[in-house]
Design a protein around this ligand. Structure first.
Ligand code: SF4
Length: 417
C-alpha cells in the first residue's frame, strides 16, 4: 500500500487502486478526516478519473446536466456537480409484509447475520457520510422496525445532529410504528414515510400477502397526531390493482390532516414482475385520475427542487382546500435525475449511488479489514465518479436485471428504496 495515501486523506486516484488491493489495509487511526468537513465548502482539486464511465453530453443534456469534468468527482459531488447530501440507509432485508412490487413472490434469500452491518458499523459509516456533507439520512429496510434494537440505532444516528446532520427520517409500513413513536421522537426523528397502497383490507391482503390494513391506517393517524415535522403516505400505483382508489386515498389522509399523500410509479426491480404480472400506471394518468374529482395546483419538485415528488396543492371541486399536499413520484415517465442528491447504503454495507443502477462498491469488507475513514471516503468518491446522468429506460433496466439475475441484481427489498 503506497504510504503517500496517509498524508493525503482524499487522494481519489490511489483510492481507485486501493479497491484492487483486496483490502490489505495497515491498521491505523480509524479517522483521518478532520471533524466537521462540509463538502460544500471544500475547494476541489482536479483529479484524473481513469476508469470513469464515459458520459455522452447528449444523455446528460436530457437531464439538464452539463458534464463538468473530473474536477467535481470528489467529496459527495458527482461529475455533474450534483451534491449528494441525502443518504438512505437500509438497516435490514427482513420485512413483515410481502408486497408484490417489492420482492419476488418466493421471497428473497436472506443474507447470513454477519453479512449485515452492525449498529457500530452503520453508526461509523453514517458519521463519515455526515462529515463528507450528508445532511439528511433516511432509515429504510425491508421494514426497519423489525430490526431488533432499532430504537437504539435511531438514537445513535439522531446523535449525529450534533455533528451536522439536519434531518432524520424513516420509511416504514407502519405495522409496528405505534409502539415505537415515543422512542423515535426522543431520538430526533423528524419525518416518517408510511406505505399504504389501498384502504381495502382484502386488496391489502392481495398486494402484501398479509393482514394489517386497519393497523396501518390507525398508525398513520397516530403519527399525524404525534408531533413529527412531517408525515407522508406512499402508495405504489399499479394499473388495474389500486388506480381506482387514488382520490379515496387523498381524501382519507390529506383532506382533513396535514399529511402528504404521494403516489409512486411502479418501478422495475429484480423479480418484481414489472410489466408482466403487474403494470405501471404512469404519472400523467395518476394526475388525470385525480383531476376527475379534484383540482390540483402544481408546486414543483419537493425538497427545494432536489426531491423526488412533484407537489400539488389540492382542492375539492367546490373549492375546499386540502390540509395536506399531493405528491407524484414519476421515476419512469418523468424522471428527476437532473437534481438527484441521493445515495444509498445497503444493509450488507454496499454503497449504491443510484437506485436504478446495479453499480455498487462494498464498504463492509474494507471497513472490517481496518480501512481508515480516508480509505472509505476514497471508495465512496470512486463510486460517485461512476454515477450516470440518469437511469436507463425501463425496458433496458428490465433486460439488465433479467440478465444479471438475483445474484447480481437487487430486488427492492435488498436496496431499501
Ligand atoms: S434513478 Fe438514480 S440518478 Fe435518477 S433520481 Fe433515482 S437515484 Fe437519482
Amino acid at each position: 500500500m503506497p504510504p503517500a495515501r496517509r498524508t493525503a486523506p482524499f487522494c481519489s486516484a490511489s483510492c481507485g487502486g486501493l479497491a484492487d488491493a483486496v483490502y490489505g489495509f495497515p491498521r491505523g487511526p480509524t479517522s483521518d478526516i478532520p471533524g466537521g468537513v462540509d463538502a460544500r465548502s471544500l475547494s476541489l482539486p482536479v483529479m484524473p478519473s481513469g476508469a470513469a464511465i464515459p458520459m455522452d453530453a447528449e444523455t446528460a443534456a436530457t437531464y439538464g446536466l452539463t458534464l463538468r469534468g473530473d474536477a467535481r468527482a470528489h467529496g459527495l459531488f458527482d461529475r455533474f456537480g450534483r451534491a449528494h447530501t441525502y443518504l438512505r440507509i437500509s438497516v435490514t432485508e427482513r420485512c413483515n409484509l410481502r408486497c408484490r412490487y417489492c420482492m419476488p413472490e418466493e421471497g428473497v434469500q436472506l443474507l447470513p447475520k454477519d453479512h449485515l452491518l452492525s449498529f457500530e458499523e452503520i453508526e461509523r459509516l453514517a458519521a463519515l457520510f455526515v462529515r463528507l456533507g450528508v445532511r439528511k439520512i433516511r432509515l429504510t429496510g425491508g421494514e426497519p422496525l423489525v430490526r431488533r434494537g432499532i430504537d437504539d440505532l435511531v438514537a445513535r444516528i439522531g446523535a449525529l445532529k450534533a455533528h451536522g446532520l439536519e434531518r432524520l427520517m424513516m420509511t416504514s409500513n407502519a405495522l409496528l410504528l405505534r409502539e415505537h413513536i415515543p422512542a423515535l421522537l426522543r431520538a430526533g426523528m423528524d419525518a416518517v414515510n408510511l406505505s399504504l397502497d389501498t384502504l381495502r383490507p382484502e386488496r391489502f391482503r392481495r398486494v402484501t400477502g398479509r393482514e394489517g390494513c386497519e393497523e396501518t391506517i390507525a398508525a398513520i393517524h397516530a403519527a399525524a397526531r404525534a408531533g413529527f415535522r412531517k408525515v407522508k403516505v406512499n402508495a405504489v400505483v399499479m394499473k388495474g390493482v389500486n388506480d381506482d382508489e387514488l382520490v379515496d386515498l387523498a381524501r382519507a389522509f390529506a383532506r382533513e390532516l396535514p399529511i402528504e399523500m404521494r403516489y409512486i410509479e411502479y418501478m422495475p426491480f429484480e423479480g418484481n414482475g414489472w410489466g408482466e404480472e403487474l403494470e405501471m400506471f404512469p404519472a400523467a394518468s395518476i394526475r388525470g385520475r385525480l383531476e376527475e374529482q379534484l383540482r390540483l395546483e402544481a408546486r414543483g419538485l419537493n425538497d427545494g427542487g432536489a426531491g423526488t415528488a412533484q407537489m400539488y396543492d389540492a382542492f375539492e371541486k367546490d373549492g375546499r382546500p386540502f390540509q395536506g399536499q399531493i405528491g407524484i413520484i414519476s421515476s419512469m415517465t418523468e424522471p428527476f435525475c437532473g437534481t438527484c442528491n441521493r445515495t444509498r447504503l445497503t444493509a450488507d454495507g454496499h454503497f449504491r449511488w443510484c437506485l436504478l443502477d446495479e453499480g455498487e462498491i462494498d464498504l463492509r469488507a474494507p471497513l472490517r479489514a481496518g480501512a481508515t475513514d480516508g480509505d472509505l471516503a476514497g471508495l465512496i468518491e470512486q463510486g460517485l465518479r461512476s454515477k450516470r446522468a440518469g437511469h436507463a429506460p425501463a425496458a433496458v433496466l428490465k433486460e439488465t436485471q433479467k440478465a444479471a439475475g438475483p445474484t447480481h441484481a437487487r430486488s427492492m427489498i435488498r436496496i431499501g428504496g
